[in-house]
Design a protein around this ligand. Sequence first.
Ligand code: GDP
Ligand code: MN
Length: 426
Amino acid sequence: MDIHEYQAKELLAGFGVRVPKGGVAYSADQAVYRATEIGGSRWVVKAQIHSGARGKAGGIKLCASDVDVRRAAKELLGTTLVTMQTGPDGLPVHRVLVEEALPIARELYVGLVLDRKRERIVVVAHPHGGMEIEEIAQREPEAILREVVEPAVGMQAFQARELAFGLGLAPPQVSQAVAILLGAYRAFRELDATMVEVNPLVVTADGQVLALDVKMSFDDNAMFRRPNVVELRDYAQEDPREAEAAEHGLNYVALDGDIGCIINGAGLAMATMDMIKHAGGEPANFLDIGGGASPDRVAAAFRLVLSDKNVRAILVNVFAGINRCDWVAQGVVQAVRAVQVPVPLVVRLAGTNVEEGRRILSESGLPIITADALAEAADRVVGARRSSPPDPLSVPERGNVQSPPSPAGRGGQGVRTSNANAPGPV
Ligand code: GDP
Ligand code: MN
């Protein structure tokens, strides 16, 4: 989970990290009010989106009067900002951060990341921060400073001092930088972050050290114990389908193909996507519905998968270990009746109570294609898609059109049960 710059700065400030004076605004009036509150005569208005590289995209505006501040806020709010990191669709700007503009003498880079191989938090720093860091890091990678933190004792002051001296800071700035580094580390640990990036960390003309830009990401699996972080989530910055999935406890990632996948377990989902590709198809999504998939959750999964207009066929693949195939089958039948699935549907069940599960599917009278083995299921779903050529007009909006009768080529009405001698489950 990502949060906005102004939110990350508020969190870090709570750990003693010095940041410029500023405040968030949702309107041009509010932006001017913020500038007055801050005082001084120069401000920056910064678009708040979950992306970096805003500066180069016109999302950071220096202002020398309240007229400037109003104009900058008006220019940014309500627009979509496309940066090198957002992809071509960009992200909507609904908030701006108004800050005192500082006279900058130096821009440095500091990042705290989780190094999964080392199983440690690593603090990286570079003497040239700001907007060119990627290129500079490539040109002179030897200049990147690293401190690996021992988790049992946490980041030590000597490590922070080594980084600060390595960045070429003078003694009066070293102690300020050390406070920022140690504070950022504590925030990382105590808030279950996966990344804290301060770029740039600046030294001002009068020798002050501050975090001028901050990004933070968090570990989704730890958010159950971080309610104060969870409330910072901004759904407007996320893929709406992925956000809806998260609300139902589903793990969804949109992809480019046309075969919708509804699977329990991330490992099985990965294997299923491989098998679909092996059979000559392309998955439209990754979707893990989790272990105890209730009919409600299965219905939510169908709605989600069908909200992708590219989907031409769906494969449900459930291995019931903790779950039971008969429950899953009931869930699928209820979901298909509730959601109206307008594309061919292949269901492969394996595990506990599989016979009962298959009976429920076959007695439902729904045009569900079944399969025993994963390879077979992948072949069938790719074949089913091929027998229904893409026709955008024939794909109805979700939930409000009856599913079309299945064409003869797919085996007509009713369940087609696979060859009982097919290879066993994968
Ligand atoms: P990013 O492009 O999304 O990473 O946005 P940043 O917040 O890092 O801003 C980009 C650049 O704008 C910084 O590297 C600075 O050079 C400049 N900038 C941002 N705030 C100020 C400020 O208060 N004063 C000055 N002089 N420059 C600023
Ligand atoms: Mn930046």
